[in-house]
Design a protein around this ligand. Structure first.
Ligand code: CA
Ligand code: CA
Length: 211
């Protein structure tokens, strides 16, 4: 192929490179569901849709099953199971499930072990159902329904329907992952292409790496 013939090819390659670069810049971790750990808190973040997320843990269980979405897994404590994840709870005492702008249903009524729950509906009209423990329920914007269940529960947002909980005064912020645990856009693309397991394997080999 002559140099003249190659010009259109080079132009096409340049365009493709630009398009890929834009894709990287435009990707945002918040759009995808994810699960990770920060300290003693396991954090499941739903996507922007209207999600039904259910957490289940039998009395005395040392793991928890969370179903409804297949999140990007950012901790070696969790493995995929069906449309969801199963996570070990060594060192974990709080499970945060964070909704988003959709009308979410966050169900913790079958969490019957030591876990306390932090359920945050975010925007939209959400239903939040606490578990056996002392839970924090935040309706956020929208017309929400909160049910604490057993335990000493605190609900936030006086304008919402609240059952089995006292109304809290100072609303705590949602738990967040440490900066090092939030995937870079490039990492998200790698995860999307099936290479995310590499990170989990690497952490298993070197447990001192941040979870
Ligand atoms: Ca409760
Ligand atoms: Ca809400």
């Amino acid at each position: 192929m002559s140099r003249t013939d190659m010009r259109p090819l080079k132009k096409l390659l340049a365009s493709a490179t630009m398009a890929t670069a834009c894709l990287f810049v435009d990707s945002h971790p918040a759009l995808a569901a994810s699960i990770g750990v920060n300290g003693t808190t396991l954090i499941f973040t739903a996507d922007a849709g209207s999600d039904v997320i259910t957490a289940t843990a039998a009395p005395g269980a040392t793991d928890v099953l969370i179903t409804g979405l297949s999140p990007t897994i950012l901790t070696s404590d969790c493995v995929p199971e069906g449309i969801g994840v199963r996570c070990g709870l060594a060192g974990i005492d709080l499970l945060a499930i964070l909704g988003s702008s959709g009308d979410d249903v966050l169900i913790g009524i079958d969490v019957l072990n030591h876990l306390n729950l932090f359920l945050s509906g975010g925007g939209g009209d959400d239903v939040l159902l606490g578990g056996n423990g002392d839970d924090i329920l935040k309706g956020g914007l929208g017309d929400d329904v909160m049910l604490g269940g057993p335990g000493i529960n605190v609900c936030f947002d006086a304008s919402d329907i609240r059952l089995d909980c006292t109304l809290g005064n100072v609303e705590p912020p949602d738990p967040t992952l440490q900066v090092s645990e939030v995937p870079e856009p490039a990492t998200l693309l790698l995860v999307a292409s099936g290479m995310g397991a590499y990170v989990a394997r690497r952490r298993r080999r070197n447990p001192r790496l941040p979870r």
